[in-house]
Design a protein around this ligand. Structure first.
Ligand code: FES
Length: 177
């Protein structure tokens, strides 16, 4: 178990990392790295250098070991624009492309009035650059929103998902106000 230390990781992130650390021998803390980065992504929606350094510190790893992993896997986002509340990734690989992913991309860009790689002005959505195969080809075309898979997409289904998230946000804002 990693010693108690001052860290900028939240309690939820530390709890999540600790739960993974328990599964591996103490000298193999690096095995919890993917889960640690996922926990940070879950809270912040992207990986800042400060948070990656905090993960490195918490796991007793050199920061470069964390940067390498974070920049290798497309499921991790290093762009601060991804700090928007909801990240949308549409798979545009072969099976999805053959089943109309270009129409889905086009529709989302038009609906949200942004291009891939951009966030909406209200910070509600980030449309991630084209995603490679997400291993759900039998449900093509598909997209991932905040790591939740949505398969067999139609324009109507996309509208339902995005409108539902926007509605959720409006009711949360209403409660906060
Ligand atoms: S090609 Fe889209 S999930 Fe595999």
């Amino acid at each position: 178990m990693v010693a108690e230390q001052k860290t900028m990781l939240t309690k939820h992130e530390r709890d999540e990392i600790d739960s993974w650390l328990k599964r591996y021998p103490e000298e193999h803390s690096q095995s919890a790295l993917l889960a640690a980065l996922r926990a940070v992504m879950h809270e912040d929606h992207y990986l800042s250098t400060e948070k990656m350094d905090a993960v490195a510190d918490y796991l007793g790893l050199p920061p470069i070991a964390v940067y390498e992993v974070a920049s290798f896997y497309s499921m991790y986002e290093l762009d601060k624009k991804a700090a928007a509340k909801n990240t949308i990734s549409v798979c545009t690989n072969v099976s999805c492309m053959l089943n109309g992913s270009d129409k889905i991309v086009e529709h989302i860009e038009k609906k949200l009035d942004i291009k891939m790689g951009e966030s909406t002005a209200d910070g509600l959505f980030f449309f991630k650059v084209e995603e490679e195969c997400l291993a759900a080809c039998c449900g093509a075309p598909m997209m991932q929103v905040n790591h939740v898979y949505h398969e067999n997409l139609t324009i109507e289904k996309v509208d339902q998902i995005l409108d539902g998230l926007a509605k959720q946000r409006r009711s949360t804002d209403g409660e906060a106000g």
